[in-house]
Every structure is written in C-alpha cells, then in structure tokens.
Write a protein that binds this ligand. Structure first.
Ligand SMILES: [Zn+2]
Length: 248
C-alpha cells in the first residue's frame, strides 16, 4: 500500500507547503519589480472550504486578493471579472501590476489514495475535488452529460470545457484517474487564464505574474502546492521565474 508521500512524489513531484510556495514565489516575483504594495493578487481556487488556506496564505503575503474562484477552480468570472480586478490594482509610476494564482485541488489519503480527504464532523473519507470526482464518475459509468443546465451552471461549464481536452489527448477514458483529471484541469485553467490575459491586459501599462499548479490536501491537516507554470510579463516581455525550491 503506498503512502501519502509516495503518491505525492509519483504524481506531484516537488510539491511544497503553501507557506513555502508563497515565500518562494513572492521572492522570485519581487525580483521583477512586484511587491505587496504595488500589486493586486487574484486568486482562483475551488469553492471547497479546504481550499481557503491558500487564499489566506496569499493574503498574508500579498494582501487581500480579488476572488477568481469557481467550482473545481474553473475561471468563470469572464472578461468583466478580469477587468474589475484590474481596475482595483494600485498604480505606481503609471504602471499596474497583477499576480494571478490559479489552481484546482486534490486530496491524498494517508494510504496514498488520490481524490480523498477527511472532513471534520464527517465519518469516513470524502471526495476532493468533489466536482472533478463527480465528472470522473460520469465518465466511468458512460453517463457524461455535456448539456448546459442553468440550474447547475458551473458544473456544466466545467464538464464542457474539460472534456474536449481529455478526449483530444486520446486518453483511454476507462482508465482515467482523478490525478490525471486534476492535472488536465490545471492545464485547462492555465490556458483559460492566458486567453483571458490576452483579452483584458494592456501590456503597455500593466505587468503581471502567472502562478498555476495544483493544491494538494494532506491527510490530516494542511495543504501543499505543486507548481505547473510560473512566470512574469514585464513591459511586454515574458520571463520565467527562477524558483529556489526547498531541498526535497
Ligand atoms: Zn473542489
């Protein structure tokens, strides 16, 4: 039987605590002219209360963040939401700065099972992410419904956006697992974020940082972050972040 650590290393190598993630990425981004005073943070995680710890960790470092969260971590705020966040950014020497921190989440149990977590006051294990687990169940049972249900709007959109990406990769959906689905979700929202940046950011007057990944809940308490992408765009030039990762 694998352990939490074995499963973590297998699928999310290099994952670190949320506080390490914030410290390391803040220091790296600060080297490009961003700081807590001249930058607005925009945080998008799942609506699950387990995900709030990352929002708090961001607040402790960057200050209060604009809320980009949606079910499963899907970015549903659209152009109007992005523009609203940008209008709230401080202006220093004529420039605005935004840092986007966007990720889906997954639990890993003590026995190394992906998609499982414990919740206070509930017996047995619970699903995390519940929305991605529900989608996986629809895949497995051949009941995947891709119509838009206005009474279930975020879940409908999540399935509509994520399904072509899974099928497009030629994945065998019978053997699809929650860790793969979560990584695909991380890639999807990274692409969605970059598309929305192209639609809403004026690089003549704004610099921005992108941090995407996966938030991973530990079996007992606390969460970790695996980094997918980390870069800044300063005066229109993209620069990869040099992240000094902790000894792992
Ligand atoms: Zn979730």
């Amino acid at each position: 039987m694998p352990s939490f650590e074995q499963s973590l290393d297998e699928r999310f190598p290099g994952a670190m605590s949320e506080t390490d993630f914030l410290e390391i990425t803040y220091n790296a981004i600060a080297g490009h002219g961003f700081d807590a005073d001249n930058t607005i943070a925009c945080v998008g995680v799942c609506r699950d209360e387990l995900c709030r710890s990352l929002v708090w960790a961001v607040r402790d470092v960057w200050g209060e963040a604009f809320n980009f969260s949606g079910l499963g971590g899907l970015l549903t705020l659209g152009i109007a939401g992005f523009r609203a966040a940008h209008y709230h950014a401080p202006i220093y020497n004529g420039r605005e700065r935004y840092v986007y921190i966007i990720m889906p989440h997954i639990g890993i149990s003590e026995d190394g099972d992906f998609g499982k977590c414990l919740r206070e006051g509930r017996h047995g294990s619970s699903a995390a992410c519940g929305a991605l687990s529900a989608m996986l169940e629809e895949f497995r049972t051949g009941t995947l419904d891709l119509s838009v249900n206005n009474d279930n709007i975020e879940y409908s959109l999540l399935k509509q956006h994520l399904t072509p990406r899974l099928l497009g990769k030629g994945l065998d959906t019978d053997s699809l697992d929650i860790a793969t689905l979560t990584l695909a979700m991380s890639n999807l929202i990274t692409d969605d974020l970059e598309r929305m940046i192209e639609l809403t950011v004026d690089k003549e007057v704004a610099d921005y940082g992108v941090l995407t990944g996966v938030q991973i809940h530990r079996p007992i308490s606390g969460s970790m972050v695996w980094i997918n992408k980390g870069y800044v765009c300063v005066e229109g030039e993209r620069r990869e972040l040099e992240l000094e990762l902790p000894n792992l």
